[in-house]
Design a protein around this ligand. Structure first.
Ligand code: MG
Length: 267
């Protein structure tokens, strides 16, 4: 098992491999080019960034068996996909901003697959060759806008709506991991990766037949039952996946100049 981190080292962004409480700096900007250097950092001293730099985050809706049991949900025939922009990423420990355009945020605990090499028209049985590893994602959603818009483009895409990290773990069997979310320390979701409707290798194959997946791209595999809890300003949300770790972020008010007029609501 290896843990990869990405960090801002003064003037440049580097990757490293975690070894205990230290990090061995790597040269190269993607998995197939990495080489270890002699440079060692203390893990606690590093300013960790989201652990990869995706061109896109392809996300799956309704992909756990227990979410299908909820009223009104239907068993999906094919994966239901949407895309979050790379600009929505934030690292472990950074803030989720409640933008003035929305009044109701939700969080969703998700396992993220990280792609290691370019994947185009990949058969399911070959998919594992294209996976770098796994990390933890929070699919933050403006629930009010998701309902009023019908389409999900706006509600899923705000800056800071994709906390990711703290690192990428490779060399583990991801098929039986426990995924749990906590709001201010209280458990809200608990699931198992074994309950995915569309599994990890199938998703890589399916998505690679739609869009070419590039190194560092991520696939958010959906969220288990119990999702839909409100995230308020001041709340701390933590997502834990066994064998990977914990992703922790706090929701804050927007402190930037906001130049949009007040939102016009339908009567
Ligand atoms: Mg989701």
């Amino acid at each position: 098992m290896e843990r990869y981190v990405r960090f801002n080292n003064g003037s440049k962004i580097s990757y490293g491999i975690v070894n205990g409480d230290q990090v061995v700096e790597l040269v190269g900007d993607e998995l197939s080019h990495f080489q270890e250097t002699e440079i060692i950092h203390d893990l606690s001293s590093l300013n960790l960034l989201p652990p990869c730099s995706p061109t896109k985050a392809v996300c799956v809706g309704l992909n756990y068996k227990d979410t299908i049991l909820e009223p009104g949900a239907k068993w999906p025939v094919e994966p239901l996909l949407f895309i979050k922009p790379s600009t929505s990423l934030v690292a472990n420990g950074k803030s989720i901003v409640k933008w003035p355009m929305t009044e109701h945020l939700n969080f969703e605990a998700e396992l993220a697959i990280v792609i290691g090499k370019e994947a185009h028209l990949v058969p399911e049985k070959e998919a594992h060759h294209y996976i770098w590893g796994y990390t933890i994602a929070n699919d933050v959603t403006a629930k009010d806008l998701q309902k009023s818009d019908g389409l999900w483009g706006r509600s899923k895409s705000f800056d800071t709506f994709l906390p990711l990290g703290p690192w990428i773990v490779s060399g583990i069997d991801p098929h039986n991991l426990t995924i749990t979310s906590y709001l201010n320390g209280e458990q809200k979701q608990k699931g198992n990766i074994g309950d995915l409707i569309f599994g990890i290798e199938y998703l890589v194959s399916f998505i690679s037949h739609i869009t070419t997946l590039l190194p560092g791209d991520i696939i958010l595999t959906g969220t288990p039952g119990g999702y839909g809890k409100t995230l308020n300003v001041g709340d701390k949300v933590e997502i834990e996946i066994s064998e990977i770790g914990k992703l922790s972020n706090q929701c804050v008010e927007c402190k930037e100049a906001w130049s949009m007029p007040p939102r016009i609501k339908e009567q």
